[in-house]
Design a binder for this molecule. Structure first.
Ligand code: HEM
Length: 413
């Protein structure tokens, strides 16, 4: 137990315990969580408690009024009151169902076709011998989906990508509460809301707003008194479409593509499935690849009332109101109880994965994500001669920030 032995050598309140945890998380997160699942499924550290087994992860994410989302301080001043910043509130009940109704299930095939065309065109314009996946497609595809399918055109690509980056970086990647990230998030959200308000004024009268995109549907529904949203709530929900879509999709495309290309046998299988346009077989490879480097290994929750994690189990742990829980969705996807032989790369049922969260806050855009992530990767793998570069030249480069900024691969050989 190399991690736990080193951890237990430190006094319980020593902040170095948290440093050690982060060091292992960076160095070998799968080995770290393997040890935790086996020997310390609930690990209290000074700033947060880590939960690593499937059953405890889904239990916590199911009990959302006890284990609440922590995002309000990072969302309210930026995009306004939003479903992902609330628990047991009208935004969860009403906004999610309204937004699900305007993100229509029947639209998914057309959204997948849009992703295919955007990706294929962009990749065709990238001259061999290399292509930067991030600069060429992984942000562009979700951006075009937001603009064209969701119906939030924005002023231009650059503003939208900046709003997306600044809001995501603070809302989901600022555990130390860096005030500069918070300020940039608030500025971005306020600019975005101002732009959306002006845009929506040009769409009056909303009753007869033309268009089969999500925003046009939302306007017609609202103007006809059916959504229950007021104008500012409409604005916040439109902003949420951009915030949710871009960096998440981009990171997933990059991470899964790399995991496929790291395995020659899987690359060969994926290229064969991509060529046959066999969606089910191809997509299964993508979701499994993403398990080995998921979009995020954690989501955070804050305890709202005296509570017990893993009640009735040998590792049950009482947690006090205000404590933070690092809910290990990445670890849960290696729990052998649900993912037998977890270190093996194999096709598994898609509904077992936690890539898009679980429970009341499960991703609003999940079915769009299930279409555009694999479709973009399919287009990348269809490039002749697609491969990782020698040495570490294809290493995913985060540029010191939280997201993939460059991922350069070879093609055209
Ligand atoms: C494609 C466009 C997307 C949109 C519009 C979107 C939007 C959203 C929204 C609005 C929520 C909050 C739902 C709620 O509070 O009830 C959410 C949650 C979530 N989304 Fe997405 N999302 C998208 C793509 C993705 C992708 C690609 C991933 C990962 C691969 C992802 C992962 C998640 C996760 C993990 C959560 C749960 C967060 C938590 O429980 O704290 N999303 N998404």
């Amino acid at each position: 137990m190399p991690f736990l032995d080193a951890l237990d050598a430190l006094p319980p309140a020593d902040p170095a315990r948290t440093g050690l945890f982060y060091e292992w998380l960076r160095r070998d997160w799968r080995a770290l969580f393997g040890e935790l699942r086996a020997h310390r499924p609930v690990l209290p550290l000074p700033p947060f408690t880590v939960v690593s087994r499937w059953a405890d992860v889904v239990d916590i994410l199911s009990r959302n009024e006890t284990f609440r989302v922590p995002y309000a301080p990072h969302m309210d001043q930026s995009v306004g009151p939003f479903m992902l910043a609330r628990d047991g509130a009208v935004e969860n009940w009403r906004d999610k169902s309204v937004m699900r109704a305007v993100l229509r299930w029947e639209d998914v095939p057309a959204i997948r076709a849009l992703a295919a065309k955007v990706a294929a065109d962009a990749l065709a314009a990238a001259p061999p011998p290399t292509v930067d996946v991030v600069a060429t497609v992984s942000r562009l595809v979700p951006l075009r989906v937001v603009q064209q399918a969701f119906g939030f055109p924005g002023p231009d690509d650059a503003h939208m990508l900046r709003w997306s980056w600044a809001t995501q970086a603070d809302m989901f990647h600022n555990p130390a509460n860096d005030p500069r990230l918070l300020a940039a998030c608030n500025t971005a959200g306020q600019e975005m809301r101002a732009w959306v308000r002006t845009f929506l004024a040009t769409r009056e009268p909303w009753q007869t707003a033309q268009g089969g995109d999500s925003v046009s549907r939302l306007l017609r529904m609202t103007a006809n008194g059916l959504s229950g949203l007021d104008a500012e709530q409409v604005v916040s929900n439109i902003c949420g479409l951009l915030v949710g879509a871009i960096e998440t999709t981009s990171q997933a495309i990059v991470n899964a593509t790399e995991q496929i290309l790291l395995r020659p046998d899987i690359t060969a299988r994926a290229i064969a499935a991509a060529g046959e346009k066999d969606d089910a077989a191809f997509d299964a490879i993508v979701w499994e690849a993403l398990r080995f480097n998921p979009m995020t290994t954690f989501v955070a929750r804050v305890v709202a009332e005296p509570a017990v994690i893993a009640p009735g189990s040998p590792h049950e742990t009482a947690v006090a109101p205000g404590s933070v829980i690092a809910v290990g969705i990445g670890s849960a996807m290696f729990d052998p109880g649900v993912f037998p032989d977890p270190d093996a790369f194999r096709a598994r049922r898609r509904t077992a994965y936690l890539h898009t969260g679980f429970g009341p806050h499960e991703c609003l855009g999940q079915f769009v994500a299930y279409a555009i992530i694999p479709e973009t990767i399919r287009q990348i793998l269809l490039l002749p001669g697609i491969a990782l570069l020698e040495g570490d030249a294809s290493r995913i480069d985060e540029g010191g920030g939280p997201f993939a900024e460059h991922f350069v691969v070879a093609h055209g050989a």
